[in-house]
Design a binder for this molecule. Structure first.
Ligand code: PLP
Length: 946
């Protein structure tokens, strides 16, 4: 008998894999909310005035197999040669255990920024290792983890020096031997702040005339110079010295700290992180103890938990932008955590001996290469070098470079008569021979002694002395170490992470697969364009789709985080005003509810932040907005708004706010962090935005990596297109905001795969289900925790704010208590105390099935019941499961003098039985850690259980 054909589509990625709830579950949830159909709910939620007119459409969604096939074809259009271009990017061998157990492991890549330390001890330890590694190698007291790329780190060092130096000068000196992209980003950042940049040879440094100076070590053309004299001169004039240092070179060379440097920055890319056509890689910053409070970025510190056991957490600047806003040290929020973890594991894997051996091999091969060239009559510079040489070839430059390409090797074009060559960990004898052949030399590489580093430059101090860098050399031990740390953390592979404004949605495995393909991973960012055809095709297709989604005319892929997108967007606006002779426009209106990065960024482009009030319903107070726009009419540069608002509501007045801004000559920046509520339903470009950033690490599925990587491309209207960031490697007139022309392009396959797999319909459906899931949670929890802001119809957008303040008022139960008790149920807390202190902002996303939402709701209701018991006096105000949360496995043994059982403590509703998540520490004491600041690995006797 012929079977009856099923209408089930097995390969419908959008509806079967990405979107969590099944059709039946959706129907059940709609019933709870009180709507018959999803479209009815959406019509009631999203104001008609802002709905987009046409459906998203770019043809059929691809199945997983077809998408991979298509991406493989495009990837194959990239040509992977051996790039010896250097200039900050080098070949490196990612150790296989790190590739598989970190980069390809969702336990690491789907984790969130470690704001909740109790569920983040694993990545906090890995990042502390990173800081210890950086601090050791640079010879400085304290390091952060991490910054976005070397160029922005160099620019951050400049502004940090400005904040910290006692010199009154307004001039910053930049060594002409810095990588060109570093000089360019420093210039971009300096201009709006009125800092004068002088570029020159270190020999011309006038220390009395500057507040700081920055030097590259080794220099971009290979020079190794000891900057001790420069540092002394700077200090004599109350100025600060910064060194951009290659961490591999520091394994052999005297450290910046030993030269007297105040700040060191650099990239840890060559510690096992593929070049990826420019990123992502972790940049580092280290400084002296005296300047630790001025340092930007995240710092991991050591503290204790409620039982006095050692515990890690983010130190000092945990929520710096939200607290200090335009006075914050920087706008860096999402950084490069996953890549910092990889680099730290590379150091753990190789240890100090291994790192030294790699550095020595690199140097000896570079020296051997130089010997061969010199013996055949070529003039090689410099005389003292680590891994990079520059060869004078006169009129033969093109010929040599082309011959090298024919050998499968990219060299660097230096001026019109030289070529640069940088040797790296991957350089083999046959690579050296091939380079010689490109110079017309037929010669065999031999194991002769070759050495170009005089003793005076050599490092005598030790590094990576901590046992962590000694004891994990055997792969068995290393694998277990990575596993142990991963098991301590709660990431998306175990539970929903309902973080408002952070959109922790599914990072599908299929989307991650192409990221590690050699054709995407192993391209140097400055290869000739014809070797990156696949990249250009992907970037252009993704950009086109993002234009359709946002209603903008052009996209810049350069910003490598949301906050970087804000910076790029405001700079674009600034350049636009200036191009029209509108030099005085410098006021930026920002609602008080805005994310902290908004005011922090506005300050970085030299704008004066004028806050705008919110009304009682959390909406922008339009009257206040108009009054302030009018008051600053001649000076109004921009407004920065978030849509839907950070209160999780589609404000119906958004177009009016945009119109007012335009009426007074300003430009509208719409923060796109909440695009997950809009894709397919509404477009920022249609409702009045001139520019927006998109957090591809939120809406477009790039995993959060424990605090990065991210991508924050900006979309702009056509009048702003000429003012988008450019790049020196592309000979653009406008300065860059990031080190690489396309920011962190090797993670773009994730977002590209997502839009290919979802299609326009799938993306729109995802948005609708995100709104459904949020309204379901809001409806079910509203009686227990009042929903703070809703629309006139009582609905929320894609997230909702639960008010826990009444529990504090009535029973002293704080938002912290609620958040930590959720850990006992196996959940990551929602966003805490932002945008409103004492509340929790919940964003479930479309990816969570109903069962997971219900598990979360059960946990929240049980917490509410426990709080009620405290309020009613049935439970002690201090000795209760909320105040003692979270509970660890140690609480199951030993003394127990509490008025609740161990079972109630450890297995509240929501907690899974045998699969329960056990936090490794009890509640972490943040204040203790800040009072007793320790930001490197503690001594071994303080480690327990290991
Ligand atoms: C509303 C909003 N704007 C901007 C940002 C900054 O984005 P990023 O962390 O990628 O720098 C965030 C990040 O959480 C955000 O929620």
């Amino acid at each position: 008998m012929a079977f009856k054909l099923t209408d089930y589509e097995a390969y419908d990625f959008a509806n079967r894999r990405h979107i969590g709830p099944s059709p039946q579950e959706m129907a059940d949830m709609l019933k709870v909310i009180g709507y018959k159909t999803l479209d009815e709910l959406i019509d009631a939620t999203v104001p008609e005035s802002i709905r987009q007119k046409e459906a998203l459409d770019w043809g059929r969604a691809l199945s997983e197999r077809d998408a991979l096939h298509h991406m493989r074809e495009v990837a194959d259009k990239n040509t992977v040669l051996t790039s010896l271009i250097g200039q900050g990017y080098y070949g490196t061998a990612t150790p296989a255990p790190i590739l598989r157990n970190i980069l390809e492991n969702p336990a690491w890549y789907t984790a969130y920024t470690p704001y909740q330390p109790e569920i983040s001890q694993g990545r906090l330890e890995a990042l502390l290792n990173y800081q210890t590694m950086v601090s050791d190698l640079t010879g400085l007291d304290i390091a952060n983890a991490s910054l976005l790329d070397e160029s922005t780190a160099a620019a951050e060092a400049m502004t940090m020096a400005k904040r910290s130096a006692k010199s009154k000068s307004n001039t910053f000196f930049v060594d002409e031997n810095c990588h060109p992209q570093n000089i360019a980003v420093i210039k971009t950042r300096a201009k709006p702040l009125g800092i004068e940049v002088v570029v020159g040879s270190p020999d011309t440094l006038e220390a009395s005339a500057v507040f700081g100076a920055i030097f590259q070590y080794p220099g971009t053309y290979g020079h190794v110079r000891d900057f001790t004299a420069e540092m002394d001169a700077l200090h004599a004039h109350k100025a600060l010295g910064v060194v951009i240092a290659d961490p591999l070179a520091l394994a052999l060379l005297k450290s910046p700290g030993e030269m007297g440097a105040d700040i060191a920055v650099g990239s840890t890319q060559r510690f096992g992180v593929p070049m990826g056509f420019g990123g992502p890689h972790a940049a580092y910053m280290a400084t002296r103890d005296a300047f630790k409070r001025a340092m930007p970025g995240r710092i991991i510190g050591v503290s204790v938990d409620a039982q006095g056991n050692q515990a890690y957490r983010l130190a000092l600047q945990t929520r710096e932008q939200h607290i200090r806003r335009e006075k914050a040290n920087s706008n860096v929020c999402t950084a490069q955590a996953l890549l910092a973890v990889m680099a730290s594991m590379y150091a753990v894997y190789h240890g100090p001996d291994g790192i030294k051996a790699i550095a020595q091999t690199v140097h000896r091969r570079a020296a051997r290469l130089a010997n061969g060239l010199e013996e055949h009559g070529f003039a090689v510079e410099p005389k003292v070098f680590f891994d990079t040489i520059t060869v004078e070839v006169g009129a033969l430059q093109r010929t040599v470079m082309q011959a090298a390409v024919a050998e499968g090797i990219n060299l660097r074009k230096v001026g019109d008569t030289k070529v640069g060559i940088s040797v790296d960990e991957m350089t083999r004898f046959d690579t050296i021979e091939a380079v010689w052949r490109a110079f017309g030399i037929d010669r065999k590489a031999t194991r002769d002694q070759a050495y170009r580093l005089p003793d005076a430059h050599l490092r005598t101090s030790e590094y990576l002395t901590h046992p962590t860098f000694q004891r994990n050399r055997a792969e068995a031990e290393m694998t277990r170490y990575m596993r142990r740390l991963a098991d301590r953390d709660l990431a998306l592979d175990r539970a929903m992470i309902p973080l408002g404004s952070c959109t922790m949605k599914l990072n599908a495995t299929i989307e991650m697969i192409p990221v590690t393909w050699s054709e995407f991973a192993d391209l140097h960012p400055f290869v000739p364009k014809d070797q990156a055809t696949g990249y250009y095709e992907m970037i252009s297709d993704l950009s086109e789709k993002l234009c359709v989604i946002t209603g903008y005319d052009a996209i810049s892929m350069q910003p490598n985080s949301g906050a970087q997108g804000e910076y790029a967007g405001l700079m674009t606006i600034r350049n636009y005003h200036e191009s029209r002779g509108d030099m005085d426009r410098s006021v930026c209106l920002i609602p008080t509810s805005a994310h902290g990065t908004n005011p922090a960024t506005a300050q970085m482009v030299g704008y004066k932040v004028v806050p705008v009030k919110a009304d009682d319903d959390g909406n922008i107070d339009v009257e206040d907005f108009r009054a302030k726009a009018e008051k600053h009419a001649d000076k109004l540069a921009a407004c920065m708004i978030t849509y839907p608002s950070t209160h999780g509501v589609f404000e119906e007045t958004v177009q009016e706010v945009c119109d007012i801004t335009h009426e007074f000559g300003g430009q509208v920046y719409i923060d796109g962090a909440n695009m997950n509520a809009m894709v397919g339903l509404s477009r920022p470009g249609d409702i009045g935005g001139d520019v927006s950033h998109l957090n591809l690490h939120k809406t477009f599925c790039i995993p959060h990596g424990g605090g990065g990587p991210g991508m924050g491309p900006i979309g702009v209207k056509s009048h702003l297109t000429p003012h988008l960031p450019g790049h020196p490697e592309h000979d653009d007139a406008v300065g860059p905001v990031s080190a690489a022309p396309f920011g962190s392009p090797s993670i773009l396959p994730v977002s590209w795969a997502y839009v290919l797999l979802m299609g326009g319909d799938g993306l729109t459906q995802a948005t609708k289900v995100a709104i459904l899931n949020a309204n379901y949670i809001a409806k079910r929890l509203n009686d227990a925790y009042p929903i703070l802001y809703t629309s006139t119809k009582g609905l929320v957008a894609h997230e909702c704010i639960l008010d826990t303040r009444p529990l504090n008022d009535a029973g002293g139960i704080t938002v912290d208590d609620v958040a930590k008790r959720l850990v006992d149920s196996g959940f990551h807390a929602p966003t805490m105390s932002w945008p409103v202190a004492g509340t929790l902002m919940v964003e479930p996303t479309e990816s969570e099935p109903k069962a997971e939402l219900d598990r979360f709701i059960d946990a929240m209701l049980s917490i509410r019941a426990e709080a009620q018991a405290v309020i009613d006096g049935k439970m002690d105000a201090e000795n209760n499961p909320l105040k003692h949360a979270p509970h660890t496995v140690r609480d199951l043994v030993g003394d127990w003098e509490r008025p609740y059982s161990r079972e109630e403590a450890c297995f509240p509703p929501g907690a899974l039985g045998v699969d329960k998540y056990w936090p490794p520490v009890n509640r972490v004491d943040n204040a203790y850690g800040d009072r007793n600041l320790v930001c490197t690995c503690p001594s071994m006797d303080e480690y327990e259980d290991e």
